[in-house]
Design a protein around this ligand. Structure first.
Ligand SMILES: NC(=O)c1ccc[n+]([C@@H]2O[C@H](COP(=O)([O-])OP(=O)(O)OC[C@H]3O[C@@H](n4cnc5c(N)ncnc54)[C@H](OP(=O)(O)O)[C@@H]3O)[C@@H](O)[C@H]2O)c1
Length: 243
């Protein structure tokens, strides 16, 4: 396959809003052309596409439900024929709808695992076939996965993120000889977290005494892209949360 883009190409899942959007604009500023994947947020995805193009990079937004393997396959087929190369995949989709484990609806369990874990696997599976000249995968986890404790609210979410860490390490080991690095960035309590404590209480759970910003997370992703000797690592970006 001869690459049609001279710039490196990055795919970001759930890229239209919030963290995904920050990651897309950060990567565009580093010289990546972007494929922004969204599910429902078409207006935000189109405005991001325009913002990135105005900044001088190429950008293309595509709708996909990452939980449906056939849709993921079509997206990557499309990237093969249009961009002709892939250098970076960021699996940013991560649905968090906390229910107490004693009340956890099986349909919520299935949906969380399908989007957060199977969806990431499907994207890795198809992306890895396109990364013929080396590459990077960054999976977005959650802080505290090492030595995880009981979490009775959002157990489905914690299971999905633990599985994602296992997947990260397995793919890192399996694809290192192809010069493909697979790492994880795990945010703690961010300024936009749905269960953020009030500012005067945050020091009780976050030793650095503040919520994290989207920029803090993007910085860790950039670090991993620069750190050519790192693979299979998980970086908590959490101000010491759950130390
Ligand atoms: N925010 C935090 O405080 C925090 C803390 C720890 C970890 N994290 C992790 O950081 C990542 C980003 O967090 P966030 O709060 O920015 O995420 P978010 O707003 O909850 O979700 C990001 C995007 O995922 C997309 N999405 C959801 N299900 C999808 C599916 N089945 N197929 C395709 N796209 C789907 C949605 O796209 P559409 O809008 O287009 O539908 C959504 O905008 C997640 O992995 C999360 O677990 C976040």
């Amino acid at each position: 396959m001869s690459p049609r883009h001279t710039n490196p190409v990055a795919v970001v899942t759930g890229g239209a809003r919030r963290m995904g959007r920050q990651l897309c604009t950060t990567l565009a500023a580093r010289g990546y052309d972007l494929v922004v994947l969204f599910r429902d947020s078409e207006a935000e995805a189109r405005s991001l596409e325009q913002e990135i193009r105005d900044g001088g990079q190429r950008a293309r937004a595509m709708a996909v439900d990452v939980a449906v393997e056939g849709q993921v396959a079509r997206v990557f087929d499309d990237i093969t024929s249009i961009e002709g190369r892939l250098d970076l995949l960021v699996n940013n989709v991560g649905n968090y709808n906390p229910q107490h484990v004693t009340q956890l609806d099986p349909a919520v369990w299935d949906a969380t695992l399908a989007a957060n874990l199977s969806g990431a696997f499907y994207c890795c599976y198809h992306a890895l076939r396109l990364m013929t000249g080396g590459g990077n995968i960054v999976n977005i986890g959650m802080a505290g996965l090492e030595g995880i404790r009981a979490n009775v609210h959002g157990t489905d979410y914690y299971v999905s993120k633990t599985g994602l860490l296992v997947l990260t390490r397995a793919l890192a080991a399996a694809h290192a000889e192809r010069q493909i690095r697979v790492n994880m960035v795990s945010p703690g309590q961010l300024e936009n977290s749905i269960d953020l404590p009030p500012p005067h209480e945050i020091g009780a759970s976050v030793p650095l005494g503040r919520a994290g910003s989207l920029r803090d997370v993007a910085q860790a992703v950039e670090y991993l892209l620069d750190a050519a000797y790192l693979t299979g690592v998980n970086i908590d970006v959490s101000g010491g949360y759950r130390l």
